[in-house]
Each structure stands twice: as C-alpha cells, then as structure tokens.
Design a protein around this ligand. Structure first.
Ligand code: CTP
Length: 405
C-alpha cells in the first residue's frame, strides 16, 4: 500500500473510447492502494463497459449523469469537484479534451472538470491521426497552459489497426504519474545522482566476481526523487530492473566503469546517494579466452578496486553525500567509522542476513547515522518508504546549513 494514495480522493473520469476497459484495471489498482475513487462515466464510455463493472470495484460511487445527485447519499457535481484531490481522465477522448480545453460543460464529467480546483491529469487515447491532428495538439497545449497535466499516449498497434501514438499508457505509468502529482515537489531544483546494484568483475568471458545486490534500493531512491521533482540520474550495475519514466539511466558493469561515470557526473550533482554494492576486488588480469577446466590453476590474484565513495568525499563541494554500509556485525561501530573516513553527510546502515531485509528484498531494515552522532533506527519497511525518509532527512539537514549550498 502506497502512503501517497491511501485515503486520497481521486475522481476517475472515463470518456468513450476502446481503452475504457483499461480503466477497470486502473480503478482496481488504485482501490488496492486504498485510494478512494469516485468514477464519472460519459454516455459513450458506458457503451464500451457497463457502469456495473466499476461499481463492483469502488464503494465511492459511479456517476453517469448530471442529475445523479438526486440519488440518496450521492454528491452533486460541485461536491464531487470539491471532494477530489486529483482528477484523472483515462481514457481522454478527442471530444472530452476539446470540451475541457474550451470550457464546455454539457455533461457531468465536463462540468466537474470545469468546477474542480484539484490537479487534473489527461491520458489521451485515440487513433494516431486524431492524436497528431494540430487541432487536438492545440487543445492539449491549452490544457497544459491551464495547469492540467497530459500523459503522452504510448505507441504501438492501435485498436483501429493503424500503428503510432495513441494507446492509453500502461496502468503502471498512469499510476506513477498520479504518484508524482500527489507528491510534494520539495526536491525541485535538485540534481540527484544515485548508484544502484552490484558490479561485475570479469575473470574471463564467462565468469565474474559479484554480489547479490539487485538494485531495488537504488531504483526506489531514483523513483522517489523523480516524483518529488528532482532531476535524477541513476548509474546502475547489471540488473533486469527498468527505471520509471523521467529517470536518466546509465548502465555499467564493473567498478571501474562505475567510477568513471560517477566522477563525470559528480560536479553537477547536488545530492549523491551511493547505494551500489561495489565489488571491492577485481581479478588482477582479465583472461580474454574462456579458461578451460583442465588449464585452470585454481589461483586467482585479486587487486583492490578504487573506493568511489571515498573519492567523492574528498572531492565534495556543494554535494550532500550519502553512503550505505552493509554489515554482518558491529553495525553502528562500522557505520560510524565509514561516515568519518569517507567524509559523508549521512550513512544508511543495514544488517545483512536478517529476514525481510537486504539484498533482493522489497523491504529493508536500516539505521540512519549522521556526522554529529545522531542516529535513527527504523523498523522493517518497504524500500520505497525508506527512500522517502532518506530524502526527508537530507532536506532537513540541508536546511540546517543554508550557507553551505
Ligand atoms: N563503495 C564504493 N566503492 C567501493 C566500495 C564501496 O563507493 N569500492 C561505497 C558503497 O557504494 C557504499 C559504501 O561505500 O555506499 C560502503 O560500502 P560497504 O561495502 O558497506 O563498505 P566498504 O567501504 O567496501 O568496506 P568493507 O567492505 O570493509 O565493509
């Protein structure tokens, strides 16, 4: 359950296009996250999917007519407009976009859109020629200029058989945009650099030294920072994870490659979080041909990789620098030592080997430590929530030393 959605009043406006069936999944996902969703369907939307389907998925009402208010317990259009924390129009047809852009109010949905002061998200879905039509594009521009948000449709094969932009984006992407619109934009203006995942140190073309880090913590940090308005670059070691929209990603393999990219981007960054589990050692020699079993000596000579975080600590100027410490014992002592030795502004320490925490899990159990000796110990919680608390602490600490930035 996402705390940004829990208890939020969302009006899901549905206008009539083939993508109406996808709004069912969107409603279900929002309801799963405990958002309170009231649905408004246009007359044409009801020709694609019956209101009953939506009624089964939300107790907050499915409204289909301006005069629904006369039903006992129902809200009228002005009440719905005042109740909403956010209106999402998915799918938004060319007609509903045109009406909203020009202030027409001839049915319940268009009337609520006009009366509602909450943020509005339009998710256009239509035939590619209709979407590319300059009149439609001009209408979208009017909406953007009037503080509405537009989520561009995705491209692909459309229901009409043509190819191009016009598909309703995946539910995941719509929800991510909703989360962004519901987030405080308190990281606006920050350039956040995050490292994630493991590194791989090649022995030969088929073998490497690595560790079990999957990158989930770093990807969560990047996503939360982007939602809160930061410009985000994520440098990650090998992982199947894909970043959310709006995150610039650089994929690397070895510690040396990660070092090169981090040092290149460090001068522009204002907040740097090194959550990557960098391999401390690499084989002294990389063997370009696969080592045959019979030829192997079973002796591998290793050399130390550079400690990237330590280098950043030495170069640091305006940056707020956060490190991680993965420890199997003496968590506090080891983390305190790392914060001093690496000149960090904060360290996130986590014990390795506990259930529900660490490599590969969606949850973690961490301790925050600061250079002044203050600590904050957190219970097991989702990595996304930990990411949020890391940024809350960074912002608090940055505020305390305004002269330094
Ligand atoms: N780190 C790094 N470069 C390395 C090793 C670690 O930048 N070559 C960073 C990690 O990204 C993390 C922090 O340093 O933010 C601590 O990493 P950790 O593996 O816990 O500790 P080490 O410094 O490597 O020390 P040790 O292995 O002795 O615990």
């Amino acid at each position: 359950m996402n705390p940004l959605l829990k208890g939020k009043h969302i009006v899901l406006g549905i206008s009539g296009g083939i993508a109406v069936y996808k709004a069912v999944e969107l409603l279900r996902r929002l309801s799963d996250q405990e958002a309170q969703v009231a649905v408004i369907m246009t007359r044409n939307a009801q020709r694609f999917v019956a209101p009953l389907t939506f009624q089964a998925l939300t107790p907050y009402g499915v409204y289909t007519d301006l005069f629904d208010a006369y039903r006992p317990g129902a809200m009228d259009h002005i009440q719905v407009a005042g109740w909403a924390d956010l209106i999402v129009l998915a799918p938004a047809t060319a007609n509903s976009i045109a009406k909203a852009a020009h202030g027409l109010a001839d049915d319940l949905l268009s009337t609520v859109l006009l009366a509602c002061p909450a943020p509005k998200l339009f998710c256009p879905a239509m035939n590619v020629r209709m979407f590319e039509n300059s009149i439609l594009q001009a209408n979208l521009q009017i909406l953007r200029e009037n503080k509405s948000h537009v989520l561009d449709p995705s491209s692909g094969l459309l229901a009409c058989g043509q190819e191009g932009a016009g598909r309703l984006p995946e539910t995941e992407l719509i929800i991510e945009e909703i989360l962004r619109l519901l987030s405080p934009q308190d990281l606006a203006g920050e350039e956040v650099l995050v490292t994630a995942g493991c590194t791989r140190e090649g022995i030969d073309p088929v073998r490497f030294i690595s560790n079990p880090s999957t990158g989930k913590m770093g990807f969560s940090l990047a996503q939360v920072a982007r939602r809160r308005g930061a410009k985000v670059t994520l440098i990650t070691g090998p992982t199947p994870l894909e970043p959310g929209p709006g995150i610039s990603i650089i994929r690397v393999t070895s510690a040396l490659e990660m070092e090169k990219e981090v040092l290149r981007l460090f001068p522009k960054a204002t907040i740097v979080i090194k959550s990557a589990a960098v391999s401390d050692f690499r084989p002294k020699e990389y063997i370009p041909q696969k080592v045959k079993k019979k030829d192997a000596t079973l002796q591998l000579t290793l050399v130390q990789n550079p400690d990237i975080l330590r280098e950043l600590g030495q170069k640091k100027k305006k940056q707020f620098l956060v490190g991680f410490a993965a420890e199997t014992r003496d968590l506090l002592e080891n983390a305190s030592q790392k914060i001093k030795e690496k000149n960090l502004d904060m360290i996130v320490a986590n014990p390795i080997g506990k259930p529900d925490a660490g490599f590969g899990w969606d949850t973690n159990q961490v301790l925050f430590l600061f250079p002044d000796g203050k600590t904050e110990s957190l219970p097991v919680m989702p990595k996304e929530d930990i990411a949020g608390l890391i940024f809350d602490n960074i912002l608090n600490r940055k505020k305390k030393k305004p002269g330094k930035l």
